[in-house]
Design a protein around this ligand. Structure first.
Ligand code: M6R
Length: 614
């Protein structure tokens, strides 16, 4: 949430900053702003409500010169989206500017104290408090910008990634982080700062991931220096990015979401690559094989996640209980962290997060670690906070996911969780060789099955026209596909703003059935599995009440096509991994309905991709 970019070097900063903001726009798009120090040493700040394109239009006739600058794209927390609340925020003397991602919890206390010293505020944001505090410390203590920033950070409580510039020291950018991500790109005589690596990869692949409580001092023509907020020198650990610019572009698709749906053939291939023996008889996950005792002795597994990742977690729990026979619970990270949970030293906590930056999931794993649990990460973004905070884990390796609606990350998460369940089962001897080989070989065939399933696209596009203006949808599924129903409903509501609810199919008659009428269609995920007959009864119950049914069925099913209004046929696949295939038509249905409604599927209202605030 919120994206920040910074630059200092030999090029004009503005173009780099704005290009970077476009890359980070998925993190928030309520407003955007830039600040540059021009060659005469003047700090120019421009900000505008709305998307980055609106900022660019606003800047057209402005002085945008300068080789040092910072920029921001906002997802509003404190104060409505407006020009005045947009970042960068600045000091009263107009010399210091700051961009910030995170939330300052004690901002009001600090604000009141500063106001008593005559300080005036123009915005409702928590961020303005930080820059005014820096200014106050600097002028009262007559200290350097660095010392003032460090002292201010020792006074604030909360989460932050910040970048600060001061027209009195135009050759320096100060950046710092605590619980919000910040990456520094090291170029030749130039340095980049960003919330993730995507604005940096065009210029350099050498990056430093700042750790919590670290402050980077980026001085023109000098090596990067990093200290802690306690003023201890930190090591600068330069890593090499493995990301290509083409992964950050739409590649001919009209939207990132559609590109990411269609990429799943390849992303699942990358996800399983090197992890399943060629003949399908063994699973190789170093996160499991390097820590056998943790899994053999695990009394329980707790899965923590949010949103789509939580849905993947529900499927993961079933897979783990089925193949590894370890009792597994799934918790919303936001609930878990405040529930005073019982965590035991023999617990394994699995944190699932595409971004690896979700604030609640990060806090949940910190709590679990403090209480002695072994923490396993299932993340997509390499080097992300959750990936680094966990003891070990498995990357899903599906490449950058830019559309706000998670698609390829979900299928990657379920695929990794299936491999994880099999790997633990293999280690514990709770899964037979035949069973493991059957599921592992099906995992190997997923890319081909996904390609086949994607052929449903034209049919789903046509079907979507019938349902564009519906106001409510029900999604039903059972067993492994109950979470698919939740995920299908989430996809639809977040990008089309149509109210949708997911339910275990049998629960429908305990309440939701009252909603069913001609106006409320039901999507039923009904592949050929152990519960197929039961789902058929549930479909009959919907039909008996005049509801229309869109059913996702296994090719060859002759019963459901006779009763449902529309059927979408998916290829046969073992039930344990059927949610990967069932996800594809659900994603396409949500996409096409949203497009037909004229919605911005990549940047739906009120949402941001990476939820780095509570
Ligand atoms: O990055 P994470 O996987 O931790 O994100 C969790 C949720 O914020 C995310 O899945 C969200 O629900 C998506 N917008 C769903 O499409």
């Amino acid at each position: 949430m919120c994206g920040i970019v910074g630059y200092i070097g030999h090029r004009e900063a503005y173009d780099i900053l704005v290009k970077g903001l476009h890359r980070l726009e998925y993190r928030g798009y309520d407003s955007a702003g830039v600040a540059m120090i021009n060659p005469e040493g003047k700090l120019n700040i421009y900000k505008h409500t709305g998307k980055v394109a609106e900022l660019e239009a606003f800047c057209q006739s402005k002085d945008i010169t300068g080789t040092v600058g910072i920029a921001h794209t906002r997802w509003a927390t404190h104060g409505e989206p407006s020009d005045v609340n947009a970042h960068p925020h600045y000091s009263t003397n107009g010399k210091i500017a700051i961009v910030h991602n995170g939330t300052i919890e004690n901002y009001n206390v600090l604000k009141q104290a500063l106001m008593q010293h005559g300080c005036e505020f123009v915005s409702q944001t928590d961020t303005e408090v930080v820059v005014k505090l820096i200014e106050y410390i600097q002028s009262n203590n007559n200290c350097t910008l660095l010392d003032a920033v460090r002292e201010a950070l020792n006074q604030v409580i909360g989460a932050y990634a910040i970048a600060v510039i001061d027209s009195d020291c135009p050759d320096t950018v100060i950046a710092a982080r605590k619980s919000s991500p910040l990456v520094i790109g090291i170029g030749d005589d130039e340095t980049f700062i960003a919330s993730d690596a995507s604005p940096i990869i065009d210029y350099t692949n050498r990056v430093v991931y700042l750790r919590d409580n670290e402050i980077a001092i980026i001085t023109r023509d000098e090596p990067l220096k990093v200290i802690t907020t306690d003023n201890e020198e930190s090591t600068v650990d330069i890593q090499t990015l493995r990301m290509s610019v083409s992964q950050l572009e739409k590649g001919g698709y009209p939207h990132f979401m559609l590109k990411e749906i269609f990429e799943q053939t390849n992303t699942i291939f990358d996800c399983i690559r090197g992890r399943i023996a060629a003949d399908g008889t063994a699973i190789k996950l170093s996160g499991v094989s390097d820590h056998p005792d943790r899994f053999i002795n695990a009394g329980r597994i707790l899965i923590v996640a949010c949103g789509t990742s939580w849905h993947a977690g529900l499927i993961g729990a079933r897979l783990i209980e089925n193949f590894a026979r370890i009792p597994t619970r799934v918790e919303y990270a936001s609930e878990f962290r405040y529930a005073n949970p019982v965590i035991r030293p023999d617990d394994v906590v699995i944190a699932i997060s595409q971004s690896g930056e979700t604030a609640d999931t990060l806090a949940a794993i910190k709590l679990a670690k403090e209480q002695g649990a072994f923490v396993y990460g299932v993340c997509n973004v390499v080097g992300s906070s959750i990936a680094r905070e966990t003891h070990t884990g498995t990357y899903i390796h599906v490449g950058p996911e830019i559309g706000v609606a998670s698609t390829k990350a979900f299928t990657g998460q379920v695929t990794v969780l299936a491999m994880l369940a099999l790997a633990i089962g293999q280690l514990k001897g709770t899964v037979s060789k035949e069973q493991l080989t059957e599921v592992a070989r099906s995992l190997q065939s997923l890319p081909a099955l996904i390609t086949e399933t994607l052929k449903l696209n034209p049919q789903i596009e046509k079907l979507s026209a019938t349902y564009t203006y519906v106001r409510n949808f029900l999604y039903l599924g059972r067993g492994y596909n109950y979470p698919s129903a939740l995920e299908g409903a989430l996809k639809l509501k977040e990008i089309s703003y149509i109210h949708a609810e997911g339910y275990p199919a049998a629960e429908m008659k305990h309440g939701p059935i009252a909603l069913i009428d001609k106006e409320m269609p039901t999507v039923v995920i009904a592949p050929d599995d152990d519960l197929h007959e039961k789902v058929i009864s549930n479909i009959q119950q919907v039909k008996a009440r005049g509801g229309s049914v869109i059913a996702i069925v296994t090719k060859g099913d002759t019963t459901i096509p006779a009763i449902a209004d529309h059927v979408l046929e998916i290829p046969p696949v073992p039930e344990a991994i059927s949610p990967v295939i069932a996800a594809i038509p659900l994603q396409l249905l949500a996409y096409h309905i949203a497009i037909m409604k004229g919605c911005n599927v990549d940047m739906p209202r009120n949402l941001a991709k990476s939820v780095t605030v509570e």
